[in-house]
Design a protein. Structure first.
Length: 157
């Protein structure tokens, strides 16, 4: 039987028993403190990303905070939240290639500090184009591409 790689949409819809709230491990607590950590489902991350309206922005850290509040946890898992945001972005691009126009506006989700995620579909160039088309100013800062004054455009997620 031949192996078939899952589509991005299939990965997005595979919750793998998530979300779950777990105790912050001793190793994790050195960086994030003690308490409880929510490991979100991919669809939860996607749902938050979908709520960011045109002209507004969010960051992975804002999404993590929203997930922690929702699940009464201390933190949202930084690793899975970032991975699931990437899966949501690629699933949206995959759906867009099929002609679906109602997809997740992934380019509105930035890394901390307003940095554009170079691993999203189309790379920095495409995200820059989309962000500028929505009125944001984007600038190159060394090897990073950032949205200027992104804090002024943060959406409540």
């Amino acid at each position: 039987m031949a192996y078939r790689r899952k589509s991005w949409l299939e990965k997005l819809n595979d919750d793998k028993g998530l979300p779950k709230v777990v105790e912050v491990t001793e190793k994790m607590s050195r960086k994030w403190g003690a308490g409880m950590c929510v490991v979100p489902s991919p669809r939860e991350v996607d749902e938050i990303m979908k709520r960011v309206p045109r002209g507004k922005l969010t960051t992975i850290n804002e999404i993590r905070s929203a997930l922690a509040r929702k699940h009464h946890a201390t933190i949202g898992c930084p690793i899975t939240t970032g991975i699931f945001a990437s899966i949501a972005a690629h699933a949206a691009a995959e759906e867009g290639e099929k002609g679906n126009t109602d997809t997740t506006p992934y380019w509105r989700t930035l890394k901390s500090g307003g940095v554009i995620n170079e691993k999203y579909p189309g790379g920095m160039e495409e995200q820059r184009r989309l962000l500028e088309s929505e009125g944001h100013q984007v600038d190159q800062r060394g090897r990073k591409t950032v949205v200027l004054d992104f804090e002024k455009s943060l959406a409540k997620v």
